[in-house]
Design a binder for this molecule. Sequence first.
Ligand code: TMP
Ligand code: ASP
Length: 254
Amino acid sequence: MTRRRPVYEGKAKVLFEGPEPGTLVQYFKDDATAFNGEKKSTVTGKGVLNNRISEHLMVKLSEIGIHNHFIRRLNMREQLIKEVEIIPVEIIVRNVAAGSICTRLGIAEGTALPRTIIEYCFKSDDLNDPVVSEEHITAFGWATPVELDEIMSLSLRVNDFLLGLFTAIGIRLIDFKLEFGRVFEGDEMQIILADEISPDNCRLWDTATNKKLDKDRFRRDLGGVEDAYQEVARRLGIMPEGGPGDLQGTTAIQ
Ligand code: TMP
Ligand code: ASP
């Protein structure tokens, strides 16, 4: 991996100390887990693809003024990011019913929702990331009401932008998960987008066939996980001719 000191290890990523204060190195593993780590495997090349896909989407979001933690890609599996104080809430944005909302509310998968729905989950593996309300978030002090308004409006802007971006390449953005964090610059505190945006934390269906091009292929044993991630990268125009191995050739930067 690297010689840097790890500061946090998650299920699909490791965070290392960065080269300068206020930075971290985000390393993307090939490990795939589902159902809170109950199901585990590796998907060859997933880390390389997610590193590249997340870079691409974060850069595009920066271009439309959505501040995020991405600084630059370092190599095939690592990107330099801003260190943030993570808000312990996962923001789920849903356009079409799929996954847990279907089982929780008895809705058929694929049903268009009457409007975009935002759900919040408390980030806790021990508790299996339970769904919580704005009341829980503000009462327990995970985020202030002002921060939560900002998070909600940023999440909807991300959704509008990504819906357009994916529609243009024949992909339906069904739902996705975002995480936000605080950065401090002097006395100023800002909420920025953190974590990653990739087929690990989005549901992406082919517009013509509704074929799943995301981690549900792993969760539900549908096969073709690597091909699906590669297909997303290819449609985004970031898949090198020779496949993900070729990303080594573009080893960035630093
Ligand atoms: P869900 O339908 O299982 O609640 O998932 C909603 C979206 O959030 C889906 O795009 C997958 C993503 N997600 C994560 O990124 N991490 C998780 O731990 C879970 C459960 C879902
Ligand atoms: N975060 C989930 C896990 O804990 C994976 C998922 O369903 O996306 O394994």
